[in-house]
Design a protein around this ligand. Structure first.
Ligand SMILES: [Zn+2]
Length: 492
């Protein structure tokens, strides 16, 4: 029915002062109820899920629940490995022991072991009598073949060198190119301390990202001692390293390095479903959110060992499931709409990285990504924060805000979290990606959560868990995803 034939009814509503209510509000069929979100959070954040750590029984239960809910919401599987699940092989490592000895003419140099940290990706790795070379930033085409060498590399790039790849990229290229080891030289003492803590803590990576060789970090002081032993002036060396045709420099030392690692390799999974569009060749829209959390996060004997992750991110998965249901049972979209529940976000956005490595839909066909994370904090009526504003999605977001009568938070404060959410992985690939969440527009409320329950055993669902904003955000995602799935409304 058109507005014209409604006019008499509209006029009486107008006189009754009700017109604003009619205009500012999501279509009733798109409205998602708090109770529906609450039910999923109650399940996923219950102790039975053991904090949803990848590679545990909690994982099996979690991905099973999500696949089942996707299926009940009318989605079809869009995973390519097997129904619903994309395998994401992970390797977890920690250093059990390491040693580094540098010798000149057979004589070891005194080096404080506290100023160097090493690690690898094999249980036992050793490098014997390897020559030590300084490669500067490791980007010049004139550098020699690194095969078999222990390469010293500056971690920090010079000011204004926006084009230079980050340290991990430069290091990994050398390790894959045959370097026996790459040791980064930390810019400052604080930088070294935090890097060393990271080495001690260990970590998890995609199996596909595992490199050969040993990687390490040393203080500038330790590196200077090595250079001085060869009569090299460090300041001059760093200066020279910035020249475009830098050839590197042998230091006249031999290195014996060894590391002993504890490793665990296991499979985790992204859960992927879709609402089929009428013309999938016109592209796809992705809604993403991570299912994983920290698992048993306190030592044995603690009163509560389980980090339940009710807000982070059972709430986002709840939103995703309900948004999927609305989109599936509403008018059929033109584009496919994918729902990707990612794993290992807490380990560094690894599930999202695995998705872009082996995407269920070619990346150039993805029109937009809406990531949802940590949605259950703000009450009804809170403006929506946009993480990743300033791109092509601004216009459709504004349109969805007009349709739903939602206010958009005008400042960019929430962009502080831009690189810490799965959307960043898609944005790196040039795909428009945003995270839209009212929980991030109320900074005092967000900070209160981050400094208390966040990543602790108290991130649980309680009677006072606020879901008003989350429900409104869910409805907003229904309206926005539908706009984005329509080529007449949006193309990237
Ligand atoms: Zn988290």
């Amino acid at each position: 029915m058109s507005i014209r034939c409604q006019w008499p009814a509209m006029k009486s509503l107008l006189f009754a002062g009700l017109l604003p209510l009619l205009i500012a509000g999501a279509p009733p069929g798109d409205i998602i109820a708090e109770a529906d979100l609450r039910a999923h959070i109650a399940e996923l954040a219950s102790d039975a899920y053991q904090g949803r750590a990848p590679g545990t029984e909690g994982q099996t239960r979690t991905i099973g629940y999500i696949a089942d809910q996707f299926s009940k919401a009318g989605l079809v599987s869009a995973a390519t490995d097997r129904p619903w699940f994309q395998t994401v092989t992970l390797v977890e490592r920690s250093v059990s022991a390491s040693s580094a000895i540098f010798t000149r003419d057979g004589k070891p140099l005194a080096l404080d072991p506290g100023q160097i940290a090493l690690r690898g990706w094999q249980p036992l790795q050793a490098v014997r009598a390897a020559s030590v070379v300084f490669f500067g930033y490791g980007i010049s085409d004139a550098l020699p073949d690194p095969s078999g060498a222990v390469v010293l590399l500056l971690r920090d790039t010079p000011q204004g060198s926006g084009e230079i790849p980050d340290f991990a990229t430069r290091r990994n290229a050398l390790l894959r190119g045959g370097a026996a080891a790459v040791i980064g030289i930390a810019g400052g003492e604080t930088a070294f301390e935090s890097l060393r803590r990271g080495y001690r803590r260990g970590g998890t990576a995609l199996a596909s990202a595992v490199t050969p060789g040993i990687d390490g970090v040393m203080t500038l002081e330790a590196a200077s001692a090595l250079f001085h032993s060869d009569g090299i002036d460090v300041a001059a060396l760093v200066e020279e390293a910035g020249t475009p045709d830098y050839k590197g420099r042998a230091i006249g030392l031999e290195a014996d390095l060894s590391v002993e690692m504890t490793l665990r390799r296991y499979d985790s999974f992204n859960v992927i479903g879709k609402v089929e569009g009428s013309a999938p060749e016109k592209g796809a829209v992705l809604v993403t959110g991570h299912w994983d959390h920290l698992g048993l996060c306190r030592s044995e004997g603690a009163a509560d060992r389980i980090c339940n992750g009710a807000v982070d991110n059972a709430s986002g998965i709840a939103l995703m499931i309900e948004v999927a249901r609305k989109l599936r049972f509403g008018p059929q979209p033109v584009r496919d709409i994918y729902f990707v529940a990612t794993t290992a976000e807490e380990n560094g956005l690894l599930g999202a990285r695995a998705f872009v490595e082996r995407p269920a839909v070619p990346l150039d066909r993805i029109q937009a990504v809406l990531n949802v994370d940590t949605v259950a904090l703000a009450p009804k009526g809170t403006p929506i924060a946009v993480i990743g504003r300033g791109g092509k999605l601004d216009a459709p977001i504004a349109r969805a805000a007009a349709i739903t009568g939602r206010a958009i938070d005008p400042d960019n404060e929430a962009d502080e979290y831009l690189s810490r959410q799965d959307g960043a992985v898609f944005a790196e690939k040039g795909i428009p990606a945003v995270m839209l969440v009212s929980a991030f527009s109320d900074k005092p409320r967000l900070d209160a959560y981050l400094s208390s329950r966040y990543h602790g055993p108290d991130d649980e669902l309680t009677d006072t868990t606020e879901l008003g904003g989350a429900a409104e955000d869910a409805t907003f995602h229904v309206v926005l995803a539908r706009l984005l799935a329509d080529p007449k409304e949006f193309s990237r």
